[in-house]
Design a protein around this ligand. Structure first.
Ligand SMILES: C[S@@+](CC[C@H](N)C(=O)[O-])C[C@H]1O[C@@H](n2cnc3c(N)ncnc32)[C@H](O)[C@@H]1O
Ligand code: SF4
Length: 422
């Protein structure tokens, strides 16, 4: 009975998130340049996207192009111009997250770009993603004082799965990955290793082995993403329920929590040896951010702004205007905004009711009365000392909802990418 209730709750949560994503992400393409309306006294979070990869992995839907040295150099040039334009507009930033693609694909250009960002803005912390093939200690030493946290995409240490997701030949076997990683522990202040769980051929044993290896490597942080895919979109209710019935996702999540019980929780899927706020989900701690680069999203004043996907269009727009925006979303409805913020806070570990109410000028208990009632009945949350906490099942539910949120964003990316190909 408990399993059925949990399954139905997961099913409903996925449906709610999908519906919300479809209606919220009502995108309009713009013909005239627009400017962000933003608060100059605020410090926004800065995201920069480097959309190049040597090879593509089967599971990844991030915005990327096959690497070509000359195109990549031109792109970095446009990105630096974009930084200058953001400065001219009056932005300031304290935290920079560089994602991809493969940010370290051209280290010389990346160094120049981080140095410029640090010169222009009050950036104190820089976090950067990397593939396992760009983590040579000699190269990373050149980033001393420039990168504070490096998150490395491992995904799994299982050789068979690495072959299935097209990473074995490119990034090396489990053994090679382990050697490369152990060589750089301590070279960058914080190393974070990304794992993916719930691959279709993964067993509990395989997941435990991945976690055992990752713990032995002893990085400062570990992020365990549930496999994200758009398989539930356009899937019939019956098929969806069948998938959920056979799904190991909650079981796997419990294994992760058990194996990583000595780590602090950054959020429901990210773990730290020490509690730190530099984690992978820049949207969690920084709900308003500016995205620079091709295909990057910005979130300001309850709206999403989307940059050009096409590299030539990105470069042209940024040389002529103050930004490279090609599309905007409708303003999110207030209640949806509050639901989303509530989810982000819960995913982050707890919701301090009084602070939440102050921050968003709402009464949480009034505006989300039904949602809170249902979550309590379903044993997903409890209230203690003025805070709402997720139970273990509630934590898993936030993982499921965040997975669907990111899958929704992926669908949007796929739609936008199609628009540049057609
Ligand atoms: C955008 S990737 C960049 C990392 C780097 N390019 C690499 O592959 O090593 C950042 C992380 O997102 C996660 N990711 C990408 N696609 C995913 C998917 N479909 N499901 C779950 N996690 C995914 C992976 O763990 C990956 O390391
Ligand atoms: S997972 Fe990383 S390397 Fe693979 S395609 Fe995505 S961004 Fe590129």
């Amino acid at each position: 009975m408990k399993k059925i209730v949990e399954m139905m709750t997961v099913f409903s949560s996925v449906k709610i998130m999908q519906k919300s994503m479809t209606s919220s992400l009502d995108i309009t393409y713009i013909n005239e340049p627009i400017k962000y309306k933003f608060d100059k006294s605020k410090s926004y979070f800065l995201y920069m996207h480097i959309p190049f990869c040597d090879e593509f992995c089967t599971f990844c839907t991030f915005h990327k192009f096959k690497y070509k040295q000359s195109t990549c150099k031109e792109y970095f040039k446009a990105l630096r111009l974009e930084l200058l334009k953001a400065k001219e507009e009056g932005f300031n930033f304290h935290t920079l997250y560089i994602g991809g693609g493969t940010p370290l694909i051209d280290e010389v250009e990346l160094i120049k770009t981080i140095e410029l960002a640090k010169k222009l803005f009050d950036i104190k912390k820089v976090s950067c993603e990397s593939t396992p093939s760009h983590i040579d200690p000699k190269v990373l030493k050149n980033f001393d004082g420039l990168i504070d946290r490096l998150s490395i995409g491992v995904q799994t240490f299982d050789d068979k799965t690495l072959k299935e997701i097209s990473r074995y030949d490119k990034y090396g076997s489990s053994q090679v990955l382990q050697e490369r990683i152990s060589n750089i522990i301590g070279v960058v202040p914080v190393i974070s290793l990304d794992l993916i769980f719930n691959f279709s051929t993964q067993s509990s044993q395989m997941l435990k082995k991945d976690l055992e290896i990752v713990k032995k490597l002893n990085p400062e942080q570990i992020t365990t993403y549930p496999l994200m895919s758009s398989r539930f979109v356009n899937c019939s209710t019956l098929d969806h329920l069948k998938i959920l019935k056979n799904s190991n996702e909650f079981h796997f999540y419990n294994i992760i929590r058990e194996e990583l019980k000595d780590y602090s929780l950054n959020n429901a899927w990210s773990f730290s040896k020490d509690k730190t706020n530099l984690c992978d989900e820049y949207t969690v701690n920084n709900s308003e951010y500016i995205g620079l680069g091709s295909g990057a999203f910005s979130h300001i004043n309850n709206q999403l702004f989307i940059n050009a996907y096409d590299l030539t269009q990105h470069a042209n727009l940024i040389s002529e205007n103050s930004n490279a925006i090609i599309a905007v979303s409708a303003e999110f409805e207030f209640k949806k905004h509050i639901q989303y913020q509530f989810l982000l806070h819960l995913f982050g570990g707890s919701v301090h009711i009084e602070r939440f109410n102050e921050l968003f000028s709402v009464s949480l208990q009034r505006i989300l009365k039904v949602e809170l009632f249902m979550l309590k009945i379903l044993n997903a949350i409890y209230v203690k000392d003025g805070k709402i906490y997720p139970t273990r099942f509630g934590e898993f539910l936030t993982v499921v909802m965040m997975r669907e949120f990111y899958s929704g964003m992926d669908n949007l990316r796929a739609m936008l990418r199609k628009s540049i190909v057609e």
